[in-house]
Ligand binder design. Structure first.
Ligand code: ADP
Ligand code: RBF
Ligand code: MG
Length: 394
């Protein structure tokens, strides 16, 4: 994670992008495209979804047509799917940390604006589905309200203007390259939250690159700090995943001395796309053995530069043997940090042990300890159980 360049002036106003920054557009992409492809005799491949993130609708449509060898022109295809997307706006989920950031700015009296390339009417429709959002922005600027959209600075300059402030006082938070370029062209400070994985290097023009909104530290910009971290951990809305333990890359114990009981990521593609990569912790239940503390990484393991997003849970217990094939249920209750690269294997191992110490200690705090009694850890997981991979306990 790049450290922010020194600030010359304190930030007083924040300008947020919407799609890909506050809202998860990925999930809706699969919800629309999955049934469309089925109707056309094709099968949606969730592992290809990341290829569409950050692209314009026209570019994304062209990629889908080519990947799935569909017999339409880009224009024909867009005219069929655009109305389907329009129906999905209320299904766009807030990205991790979005609600937290919006509430934080509002409760601390930091004026915030929304600035998006989408037309104003689309923005209004999208944010009306999220409680408290509309009232939290002192200005909302749509792509149809200025002459040129991002990467031109117009949208951001208009947002600053409507908030009666000057560009150098503004901090822009953006997920896309055109958005970062627009913010810099407007003379503003820019934090990039890239929604396309592993593309951090391309965002070098941003003042800071973070992995997710959970990693934004407002105090670095002279803004009030978050005060919800507890002993180096951040409580999150818990999520629940489970399945049979499968073979991973085979290097956890061998290379690191840290075994990780891998779950089949393809069963959780929606859950995985909803949660940012990073180091999390919680409780783990092995069907025949018991409930254990657990620390895990989700993501691409930058040190090994994996091409697949994987779930790597390390159960904080010494087992005498392997338990491949056994049912493993996880309740993930807190966040520790973003995934990182390390200068040496030794420093990666040391950091993972530090994560384990943090998790071990935090899980005794009532805010996390109470989830040890989750019904999800008490039920047995049957094959094809519809609750498998779901967000809530039912
Ligand atoms: P793989 O790449 O196949 O996941 P690892 O070297 O990461 O191989 O070892 C993981 C396996 O080790 C798990 O699937 C499990 O069977 C076993 N194991 C033993 N102790 C633990 C533990 N404390 N946490 C996680 N897995 C463990
Ligand atoms: N891999 C990384 O490349 N960067 C990390 O920051 C990182 N953090 C981890 C934290 C925890 C708690 C665990 C259990 C693993 C982490 N790993 C990380 C993943 C590690 O590289 C992975 O378990 C091995 O690659 C095994 O496949
Ligand atoms: Mg493993």
């Amino acid at each position: 994670m790049a450290a922010p360049k020194p600030i010359t002036r304190l930030i007083s106003h924040v300008i947020l992008d919407l799609d890909g920054t506050l809202l998860n557009t990925d999930c809706v992409v699969s919800q629309v495209l999955k049934p469309f492809l089925v109707k056309n005799g094709k099968k949606w491949d969730s592992m290809k979804a990341h290829k569409l993130v950050g692209k314009t609708p026209y570019e994304a449509a062209a990629v889908v047509l080519e990947d799935y060898a569909l017999p339409y022109s880009t224009e024909e295809f867009l005219s069929m799917i655009t109305p389907m997307f329009n129906e999905q706006w209320c299904n766009l989920k807030a990205l991790p940390g979005a609600n937290r950031l919006i509430k934080h700015l509002r409760s601390n009296g930091v004026p915030a604006a929304l600035a998006s390339n989408s037309p104003k009417s689309n923005i209004d429709a999208k944010i009306s589905c999220h409680q408290g959002w509309k009232e939290s922005f002192s200005a909302i600027v749509g792509g149809d309200e200025v002459e040129k959209g991002k990467p031109s600075p117009d949208i951001f300059l208009e947002a600053a203007n409507r908030m009666n402030t000057n560009p150098p006082n503004c901090l822009v938070i953006e997920d896309s390259l055109p958005g970062v370029a627009a913010g810099k062209a407007a003379g503003m400070h820019v934090i990039a939250v890239p929604s396309v994985p592993k593309k951090t290097a391309e965002f070098s023009s941003a003042d800071e690159v973070v992995n997710s909104l959970l990693d934004v530290k407002p105090e670095k910009w002279g803004l009030p700090p978050f005060n919800d971290w507890i002993e180096d951990t951040l409580p999150i809305d818990p999520w629940f995943i489970g399945g049979p333990v499968i073979k991973g890359f085979g290097r956890g114990s061998k290379v690191l001395g840290i075994p990780t009981a891998n779950l089949p990521a393809e069963n959780f593609s929606d859950v995985l796309s909803e949660h940012t990569s990073g180091v999390y912790f919680g409780w783990a239940k092995l069907s025949t053995r018991g409930i254990y503390k657990m620390v895990m990484s989700i993501g691409w393991n930058p040190y090994f530069d994996n091409t697949e997003k994987t779930i790597e849970p390390w159960l904080l217990h010494e087992f005498g043997d392997d338990f491949y094939g056994e049912e493993l249920h996880l309740v993930i209750v807190g966040y520790i940090r973003a995934e990182a690269n390390f200068p040496s294997l030794q420093s990666l191992i040391e950091r993972i042990h530090e994560d384990a110490r943090i998790a071990e200690k935090a899980l005794d705090l009532p805010v996390y300890a109470r989830y040890k009694d989750s019904p999800y850890l008490r039920t047995s997981l049957k094959k094809d159980n519809p609750a498998n991979g779901k967000q809530s306990e039912s």
